[in-house]
Design a protein around this ligand. Sequence first.
Ligand code: R5P
Length: 263
Amino acid sequence: MDWGMKNRIQRIFKEDGKTVMLAVDHGYFLGPVSRLEEPRKTIEPLIPYADSLMVTRGMLRNCIDAKYNIPIVLRVSGGNSIVGKDLSNESITVAFEDAIRLNVAAVALSIYVGTDYENQTLTNLAKLIDEGQKYGIPVLAVTAVGKELEKRDAKYLSLSCRIAAELGAQIIKTYYCEDFEKVVKSCLVPIVIAGGPKLKNEFDALKMAYEAVAQGAKGVDMGRNIWQSQWPVAMISAIRSIVHEKASLEKVYSLFKSLKDKA
Ligand code: R5P
């Protein structure tokens, strides 16, 4: 692996090989989702706790000051909305030159295995990886499920993750599921987990992150379960202690509660 590619990956994954990525790219298909109506207000207080930010170029240029020295993972696929026919019919939405202009640490794109747009999204991924190889920019593949959240099982996610890795993705973002260890073991590259829609309480979200890391995830790329919480700083701090400090779930939850009480 060339120096530029290595350096970008190491900016995202810290010295322990783990990362807390903060996902705030949801607007590309969800519009002004709750708590991201005014992105700056939600995101700025969380930046000191995040190892990287997953954003769209619109969000980056309009809502994130260039002064922040935080690695940017740029969402470069889309073309659909939550009220449209099919979320899986995605295209590449950003020219690679623009990603370079934005000084990104990685680019991110969703694949939709098993859908009518499987071939399109997988060849989009392959093209993006070729571009990334040219310029030393890693690609994060998101094994998306669209509205079909029930697809999140080890059989489906192992298939999607492995295909993305075989096509050359350097990082994979997937969902936590039962038997998650199997997904991690058969994937050739580091996996981070998405949080998915907000869970009923913070403990459940922390438990999910804890179990994912215990079963081999190299960290998280979470959004709604952090910034839709009433205590987002307490949440991301607790997630950091799971990812970087190997804290027990008990300790993590008591850290969350003490930070929440102080907030
Ligand atoms: C959705 O596809 C977006 O890419 C999000 O970045 C991703 O789902 C992670 O955010 P959340 O933890 O809210 O699911």
